[in-house]
Design a protein around this ligand. Structure first.
Ligand code: AMP
Ligand code: MG
Length: 508
């Protein structure tokens, strides 16, 4: 194994201003062609819109005594905090199946890494902080809408217990950006376990730079999968570990009706975190063909395709590792194929385990898969709301007088009745206390998800009227998704016909 890249960290630099966090940068120690060094482009009039205090404290970010303007200046990139070493990372990627050999951080700048309260290394990145050598024709900026959307949905995912990048701050820049119309500009401070993507490996593999691929693999193992270091075949163990994290992640997405929308290989983080909340959306009524993204013309990234797309992305990752898997190219391909095939079985196991929890089933019985599938089939035929149905099942599991509510969501309530008879028979196996079972179900079936119409309403109020209170309310509701919050009951409702959002835009 190459020497660890974490050994030769510089001490935190004490600058003129008090250090807000202790940086411990490691990616910036990698070879120079892994990134470009540059400072963020200052914004004319930064204003703090949101600051995530609980995340800040988790990161050991010390904002005490700092005025909102000082925070805004820092999170806009106008003031680079001591110890930060800003870089734009190089990466490539398959976008909708087509390979682009150079993408890279075109509007994101990694300030550096901090060690959080648990000793975990976290990237702190400014998204929308100006042009970089990877900007191509882009302006390096972000609009307020997509920044708020990412802030809201990534934090909602976190509250749902799903691995995800986080949002530390949002600032407006005081400078317009030009998309299909003029919009207010903004910067999001994103926190991630790392920003290394499948596309980062592809960048070097496509250039035939095997040394860089090996260096990056060693770095990723040290940072994310130290247990793979001692495996018989460390690079195969890396591939398997990445595949397992993707299997877990996609299973979690499927269980809450999350549709990523742009599952390109450059948006697939090796850490197994959800990354890049462009045109993402949550499904209301259940239909595997649901796709919201305006740029996803053929539904490549539709809800039901996500597992197979993840597998496809992993195959692209495996290709970059082939020369490291075995000196015999045929054997390397065999090993890669085995790992990629194993992904689907692992995904299905994670998915089924999660669906059993959602339905309150204890233990494992032969008919479980059919029971789950038949419910989903009935939901699909009835265009019933995914989230609401499962939440209502929590009450019905404890008490069959709650069936009326659950069946009421089905266009054909009889489909529910037939299914519920089988479900109750299955619930009787294992003899769990009904109250405890309902409680456990409520902990995995959210009452509140970031419903598209609510997100759009909050964003419209902020953009069109400068009114951030709907956004603040939404953030409050979504911070406790598994608790009934009677004051916010309406946020659990599906959209009325006229509120339905049919398209989402990545807005880059
Ligand atoms: P995304 O759609 O956010 O995954 O971005 C895909 C690629 O386009 C990445 O290389 C981004 O850095 C780049 N990109 C997106 N928006 C911009 C922008 N406004 N300016 C420069 N590059 C951008
Ligand atoms: Mg991206």
């Amino acid at each position: 194994m190459p020497p660890s890249d974490f050994m030769d960290e510089p001490p935190a630099v004490e600058g003129a201003s008090r250090p807000i966090a202790v940086f411990a940068n490691s990616y910036a120690r990698l070879p120079g062609h892994f990134f470009a060094r540059l400072d963020p482009t200052p914004a004319p009039k930064p204003r703090l819109i949101a600051f995530n205090e609980s995340l800040a404290s988790e990161l050991g970010v010390d904002a005490r005594g700092l005025e909102p303007d000082a925070l805004a200046a820092m999170f806009a990139g106008n003031v680079v905090p001591p110890g930060a070493e800003p870089i734009a990372m190089a990466y490539a990627g398959h976008q909708f199946g087509n390979f682009v050999p150079q993408l890279g951080d075109g509007r994101a700048i990694l300030l550096g890494e901090v060690l959080d309260r648990n000793g975990a290394r976290r990237d702190v990145q400014l998204k929308g902080a100006g042009k970089t050598p990877f900007s191509r024709r882009g302006d390096g900026r972000a609009a307020l809408g997509p920044v708020l959307r990412e802030y809201c949905v990534s934090e909602a995912m976190h509250a749902l217990g799903i691995p995800t990048t986080r949002a530390l701050a949002a600032v407006s820049t005081g400078e317009p950006v030009y998309r299909d119309r003029q919009l207010p500009g903004a910067v999001l401070t994103r926190v991630a376990s790392s920003h290394i993507r499948v596309g980062t490996f592809q960048y070097f593999a496509a250039r035939g730079d095997l040394e860089a691929v090996e260096r990056l693999a060693g770095y990723v193992v040290d940072r994310h999968f130290p247990e793979a270091r001692d495996a018989e075949r460390p690079r195969l163990a890396l591939l398997q570990a990445v595949a397992d994290r993707q299997a877990r992640l996609i299973a979690r997405w499927m269980q809450v009706g999350f549709i990523h929308g742009v599952m390109n290989t450059d948006n697939t983080a090796l850490s197994g975190e959800t990354i890049d909340f462009g045109p993402c959306a949550f499904m209301d009524s259940y239909d595997p063909a649901t796709a919201f993204s305006a740029i996803d013309e053929y539904g490549r990234y539709a809800y039901g395709n996500q597992p197979i797309v993840a597998q496809w992305n992993l195959a692209r990752f495996a290709e970059t590792l082939l020369p490291l898997l075995d000196p015999d190219p045929k054997r390397a391909v065999e090993l890669a194929n085995e790992a990629i095939s194993a992904f689907m079985a692992r995904y299905q196991a994670h998915w089924l385990a999660g669906m059993r929890e959602k339905l309150g089933l204890s233990g494992e019985e032969d008919g479980d898969l059919d029971l789950v599938r038949d419910l989903l089939q009935a939901l699909h035929e009835s265009a019933a709301d995914f989230t609401l149905t499962f939440r209502r099942l929590c009450a019905a599991a404890a008490d069959d007088t709650a069936d009326a509510e659950a069946r009421g969501g089905f266009a054909n309530p009889g489909a529910y009745d037939g299914w519920a008879v089988r479900w109750r028979a299955r619930l009787a196996v294992g003899g769990r206390d009904p109250g405890a079972r309902a409680e456990a179900m409520r902990a995995v079936n959210p009452a509140f998800i970031p419903r598209n119409h609510r997100v759009e309403q909050a964003l419209d109020a902020a953009i069109d009227r400068g009114d951030f209170s709907p956004f603040a309310d939404l953030m409050t509701v979504l911070s406790r998704p598994y608790e009934d919050q009677p004051a916010f009951a309406a946020y659990a409702d599906p959209p009325r016909t006229e509120e339905r959002v049919l398209r989402t835009f990545c807005g880059t």
